[in-house]
Write a new protein. Sequence first.
Length: 72
Amino acid sequence: MMQSDWILDVLADLKTFALSRDLPALAEHLDDTALVALAEIAASEEKKAGQAQGDIIAARRDIGEIGASEHA
């Protein structure tokens, strides 16, 4: 998630600015936006982790098939 932390920092800065300028509705929306960002970042990372795991499983399967064909 480190590559995506910057967007959360930007949203936090915007919220701080909104509150300092007496813009509470904007600050609340920025909280909501941060939650959406967190959810999407987490989903993206889970998808990437799943794809990586699938690649590992496929590679192991390929290695197993190569090993099995050599012994046949």
